[in-house]
Design a protein around this ligand. Sequence first.
Ligand code: FE2
Length: 313
Amino acid sequence: MLNRYVETSATAAVHSLDHFALEVPELSVARAFYEAFGLDVKKQQDSLALHAFGGDHRWGQLFPGEKKRLRHLCFGAYEQDMAAIERQLEAAGVALLAAPEGEPGKSLWFHDPDNNLIQIRAAAKVTPDAKASSVMPAAGVGTRGAPNRQDTAKVRPNRLSHVLIFVTDVERSIRFFEDTLGLRLSDRSRDIVAFMHAPYGADHHTLAFVKSGGGGFHHCSWDVSSLDDVGLGAMQMAAAGWSRGWGVGRHVLGSNYFYYVRDPWGSYSEYSFDIDFIPATLDWVANNHLPEDSLYLWGPDVPEDFASNYEVD
Ligand SMILES: [Fe+2]
């Protein structure tokens, strides 16, 4: 893939995916699932908050609802970019909405073309500024490389990497998120999937789309520190009773090693290791890839209902 350096764009942009919020039917089941996944689940007034262990940032929020659905996605921007982002929304003809009840602070709220609720607020950058160094050490000659199973620690993700949402028109969503949030296209496969990144240094995808019959939430993806953690995460979830999923495998687009565990509502949480990183100084040249590259480089067969959107199906 070719990369080239260019001057930064004049378009104002968000810098991070700050958090996602879902409505789910049973918070107790949600707590059990995400605790088994390795997250620090904290009770809030009427919701649960998802944290990585040892981190203050709230990456996810779960509210009680009749069925699982995407409540909103929140993106963080620098304070000095908020006015320009608001002008970009106006120029795109986007109607600003009142904040949902109980949501504090000054934010921009609006719907994307598929009625997915989006929030933008001034916030600290939580997307990393550099790629974490990979941890795939080779065992020295004459030494054991693998630990005993009893010596492995519980897998605990480091941070949220990205969210993939359902959209009805991939091309339209690419344009919408370019024009409003200033996201940039990383890669796509025709009108099947697309991957976009925030331009201040971010993973290969901050937000991704898969074509569906309506809006909704497909998966949240969590960075872990090693390929072993991806495999051990799958084992950890199976041992806790969450044995349905997809992986272990490796993506072509983003290059990350993955395991997706199916959550109690038919969407997914992904353990992700070694996703490509796009620094702020680089203008990544987006390519339109063959459909065979849209899902994986290697791994088991894709589950038949992997891209089912139970929010509309
Ligand atoms: Fe992913």
